[in-house]
Design a binder for this molecule. Structure first.
Ligand SMILES: C[S@@+](CC[C@H](N)C(=O)[O-])C[C@H]1O[C@@H](n2cnc3c(N)ncnc32)[C@H](O)[C@@H]1O
Length: 975
């Protein structure tokens, strides 16, 4: 269904339950954005996510009206001016625990709801003890909404006295804190909510998981069934983690009765709801809850997205992501937010201008097909980051460059301004640093000052710097005003003004352009700059990028350079604290596609610089022109090119006997001496290229949090708990440190290849392969073998490039040679060194063509032309549903290819096995096909793989050859 229609249908559905379109559209828009335009997520469960978002929004609106009312009232009573409060509060600070409500302020509503939705889904899958009630979803959601409204109503009935209000808020915070799972040791976990679900897995599995354990006996087909079903597996491991043992039931009940006096909700229903809430939001790794019916007033506001470092506690980077369906629905419903955006995955020399353009495209623009609904909302309006040295104009520059990139590192720093401050809210103070479980380190926390008012109440504030995996850097200042009845939220401008004036006074300056906001921004820049590795420093130093570009790319919401503009938002916290937060989006380092201006229709080609393309095209101006504007010619220049192979004859392999890759690979691949002129004319490429129609989308935006490990750090393989990227391989990585495949994974892949079972085949209703043949014969699908995928970490992951879960993408490392086979198979590939079993050798690289394009090629081939064997990328067609022609792809290495085009076929006992590898996109209709050794291979042995051809299939795109593999189980020797 086209997106516009989807919007209409969604609006209609919402209208039927009482939400007008005007309310629905902005929320839907926001939800779409936060879910990466994943309609599947929005449409699931009768629009559950959307309904929740709408209810939540309504509730927030109501709450804010209430709060405004109360504020107005308390302002009346509390006469003390802001300046007085500031003056009295000589910021004496220490860390406080405020992450509880932080996310409510910082995290966009859509994201929050999506997360909650995911958590709830996971719990529904797990919690067998609690039968789902049969109430329709909408009714249940409405009911919950009513309950929440009722709670607000209770609050409203209290006297509007400012002092009482503050106290009450504070008290409620304390109460709520009491129900938040408490520390069981000094290493309490502080969890990012969006990943919270995995925390328990960490806890449960760490230490108990045996990585070398044999694979479970689950049939492959079951695992390979559509990912929607597969996802439930990791989720199912989620357990109840609320520390209800710590909470006295009668106390809970009492509080609950207090809070729900006026509510016409049955206790049972309430308990169910609360239990669900608790399940989805609690953070403690401590023992399981007693049961679902136990009352629990777990504070949902602990759902913080903050990564605040808390002293004495260990911030844990969550590991395994929840199994949410990959975003194939985008494809399925025709939404192509970043259509044909090809990203060269390994490009290190990406000009930053284009990176920024792309970032802008990816993150701030509506997708092309997306209906333009109401105002496109952004909860967090980003400030621009200025790169001080970029134009050489920074007054702060010390030669190092600030950067606005590469920021998927998870670090959080709390600068506590109190030294030796007494513990507040359960937190210790003083210098502290903590190693997270993922191996990353929380930054040291420094305490600078303390003031005890003498009544045991510390005035505590916190300057919090948080970087999120979303490449946002947040500075937040939390002023704890608890115990001060005269406190009310000052205007941020006023605060800035006072601080700036004080600063100037303090330094005896009269004419100095000092801006606190700029200082904060500068702080962010420096933070990122210092946390970025030197390689990137160097990269940016060499890149001349105007600052305006950067602010543009940031969204440019303030209309100027994006740097100024009052985006700090004051908000009050339940404890009576006030927070100013200043979310700043930071540009990630994103590989770029080749600029569209470069080669017209070829801009989608990944992996080539323009000069490379010009080289490929040789000296021929005419050809280049054709390539630059393929539309300008009626003739298909690419086909002409291919037919005659003329552009490639310029490659005289006599000149490249030392290295037929011409430097395309990290290693040289020589040709056996003597007969270079016999080498077929082809162009060596190290990465596959889209020929023309094939749909391959490497947009980063397609990779959701669940499909990357943005929180990881360093080497994922060294993490005690496998990250989200191991989900594809059932929660354990396919690789061992050092790059070899794990035995069980390898064996399974070999078995699937050599002895496929009936149930390991998938039969399509409308087979794209058969359909592409366009002949009158039967289009009956002959079956596609379902294979196991490896999923490698990639650019959106937080780990570094040498992470052990990045093998195929690093390219060829073995010493190989192209040689003339004595048996008459033509050229072949062999190894010049001993290779261990399970070692990666190379991937199959070629042109990415659709099946119909391949068919056309074959028709055009007179049959006399030598052809390499095209490889069908059908390893997971089962989960891709009905494929469009442009999604049914194969790799043809005949004209553009890598060394794998020389690997000959061997029936059954080949030295190599091919394994699909997901790298840049979760869409499984495109993937890498990597070759691993099936056994130890000795130096000078030929490398072979089983093409999997049916030698009796006359319909096959390429005519079968008489097999000379020499295997005892040869299938094609007597043709
Ligand atoms: C991918 S290419 C391999 C490289 C090829 N030998 C060459 O010289 O370019 C596939 C072609 O090699 C030949 N070939 C591969 N394996 C063979 C085998 N076992 N027996 C005979 N010919 C084989 C066939 O002509 C086949 O179409």
């Amino acid at each position: 269904m086209p997106p516009k229609r989807k919007v209409t249908v969604a609006c209609k559905a919402m209208k039927s339950i009482g939400f007008p379109e005007s309310e629905v559209k902005p929320v839907l828009n926001q939800l779409l954005e936060s879910s990466d335009y994943n309609w599947g997520y929005i449409e699931n469960d009768e629009y559950r996510a959307l309904i929740e978002a709408l209810l939540q929004k309504k509730q927030e609106q109501e709450k804010s009206v209430e709060l405004k009312k109360k504020d107005a009232c308390s302002n009346e009573k509390a006469k003390s001016p802001i300046r007085k409060a500031n003056k009295d509060d000589k910021i004496k600070l220490s860390l406080i625990s405020e992450q509880g409500s932080e996310s409510e302020d910082f995290e966009p509503i859509g994201k929050r709801l999506r997360r909650r939705h995911q958590e709830e889904r996971a719990l529904v899958a797990v919690d067998c003890s609690e039968p789902e009630d049969s109430e329709p979803l909408v009714k249940r959601l409405h009911q919950r909404h009513q309950e929440e409204r009722a709670l607000v109503a209770v609050d409203c009935s209290e006297p509007e006295d400012s002092e009482l209000l503050v106290k009450r808020l504070h008290q409620r915070h304390q109460e709520e804190s009491a129900f938040v799972p408490v520390e069981t040791s000094n290493s309490q976990l502080v969890i990012t909510p969006s990943k919270r679900g995995y925390q328990d897995i960490n806890e449960v599995s760490s230490g108990s998981q045996d990585w070398s354990e044999p694979e479970d006996s689950e049939p492959l087909l079951k695992r390979s069934r559509p990912r929607r079903a597969r996802q439930s597996q990791p989720d199912a491991e989620l357990i109840q983690i609320c520390d209800e043992e710590e909470v006295d039931e009668s106390t809970q009940l009492k509080v609950w009765i207090e809070q729900n006096k006026s509510k016409p909700v049955s206790r049972l229903q309430h308990l169910k709801n609360e239990s669900r809430k608790c399940n989805s939001s609690t953070t403690s790794p401590v023992p399981k809850a007693k049961g679902p019916s136990q009352p629990n007033l777990c504070n949902n506001s602990t759902e913080s997205d903050s990564l605040s470092f808390q002293k004495g506690k260990t911030s844990v980077t969550p590991q395994v992501a929840p199994g949410e369906r990959r975003l194939t629905s985008e494809r399925g419903n025709g939404i192509r937010p970043f259509e044909k955006l090809m990203v060269e995955p390994y490009l290190d020399h990406t000009p930053v201008e284009n990176v920024l353009d792309m970032y802008q495209e990816n993150n701030f623009n509506l997708p092309r097909d997306e209906p333009s609904t109401d105002k496109h909302l952004l909860d967090e309006v980003p400030l621009a980051i200025i790169l001080p040295d970029i134009e050489g104009s920074s007054s702060y520059g010390n030669g190092s460059n600030a950067k606005a990139d590469v920021l998927e590192v998870l670090e959080s720093k709390s600068l506590d301004m109190n030294e030796k401050a007494p513990s507040v809210d359960g937190l210790s103070n003083g210098k502290s640093s903590a190693a997270k479980e993922d191996g990353s380190k929380s930054l040291e926390s420094e305490s600078l000052d303390v003031m005890d008012k003498g009544d045991g109440v510390s005035e505590v504030s916190q300057f919090d710097i948080t970087s999120s995996p979303k490449r946002e850097l947040k500075l937040s200042l939390i002023c704890n005003s608890s115990g001060r009845s005269d406190f009310h939220i000052p205007s941020l401008d006023a605060v800035f003004k006072v601080v700036e004036e004080n600063f100037l006074k303090l330094h005896g300056l009269t004419e100095f352009n000092f801006s606190l906001l700029e200082l904060m921004t500068e702080f962010c820049e420096r933070f990122w700059a210092m946390g970025t590795d030197s390689a990137v420093d160097e990269h940016l130093r060499s890149t001349n990028i105007p600052a305006s570009k950067i602010s543009d790319a940031q969204g440019g919401h303030d209309g100027k350079d994006g740097h100024v503009g009052n985006h700090c938002t004051p908000s009050s916290l339940s404890s009576g604290s006030v927070r100013f937060q200043n979310p700043i989006k930071v540009i990630p380092q994103i590989p770029k596609p080749i600029a569209p201006s470069g080669l017209g229709g070829l801009h989608g080609v990944a992996g080539f610089e323009i000069k490379d393309m010009e080289n490929i095209c040789g000296e021929s101006e005419r050809r280049l022109k054709l390539l630059k504007d393929p539309q300008s010619s009626k003739s298909n220049n690419w086909e002409i090119v291919q037919k005659h192979h003329s552009p490639f004859s310029i490659v005289n392999y006599c000149d490249y006997v030392d290295d037929i890759t011409r430097g395309e690979e990290k290693v040289k691949i020589p040709l056996m001496k003597g007969s270079a002129e016999d080498l077929p004319a082809f162009r060596y490429i190290s990465k596959s290229l889209v020929y023309r129609k094939g749909y391959v989308n490497f947009a980063l935006a397609r990779i959701s949090d669940e499909h990357c490990c943005s929180n990881c750090f360093g080497d994922c393989l060294s993490s005690p708990v496998p990250c989200a990227c191991a989900r594809e391989t059932k929660g354990e990585f396919a690789y061992m440190p050092g790059g070899l495949l794990k035995q069980n994974f390898l064996e399974e892949s070999i078995t699937i290849n050599r002895n496929p079972k009936k149930h390991q085949y998938f039969y399509c209703k409308n087979c794209p392969l058969e359909g592409s043949k366009n002949n009158k014969k039967s289009n009956r699908c002959k079956g596609h073998l379902l294979r196991r995928f490896i999923k490698e970490c990639w650019s959106k992951c937080g780990c570094n490039k040498s992470c052990g879960n990045r093998v195929v993408q690093r390219g060829i490392t073995a010493k190989l040679q192209v040689f003339w086979t004595p048996e008459g198979k033509g050229w072949g590939l062999r190894t010049l060194q001993d290779l261990p079993k399970a070692a990666f050798v190379c991937e199959y690289v070629g042109e990415i063509v659709t099946n119909s394009e391949l068919h056309e090629r074959n028709l055009q081939n007179s049959g006399t032309e030598k052809h390499t064997y095209p490889v069908l990328l059908d390893a997971d067609w089962v989960s891709e549903g009905v494929l469009k022609d442009e999604e049914a792809l194969c790799l043809d290495a005949t004209v553009f290819g890598n060394v794998a085009r020389f690997i000959n076929h061997r029936c059954h006992d080949a030295t190599l096995v091919e394994i699909p590898v997901e790298v840049e996109t979760p869409d499984h209709h495109y993937y890498h096909l990597a070759f691993f050794t099936t056994r130890k291979v000795d130096a000078m042995e030929e490398l072979t793989w089983d093409y999997g051809i049916d030698f009796n299939d006359c319909d096959h795109p390429v005519k079968a050859f008489q097999c000379l593999c020499g295997s005892q189980q040869c299938r094609g020797s007597n043709r």
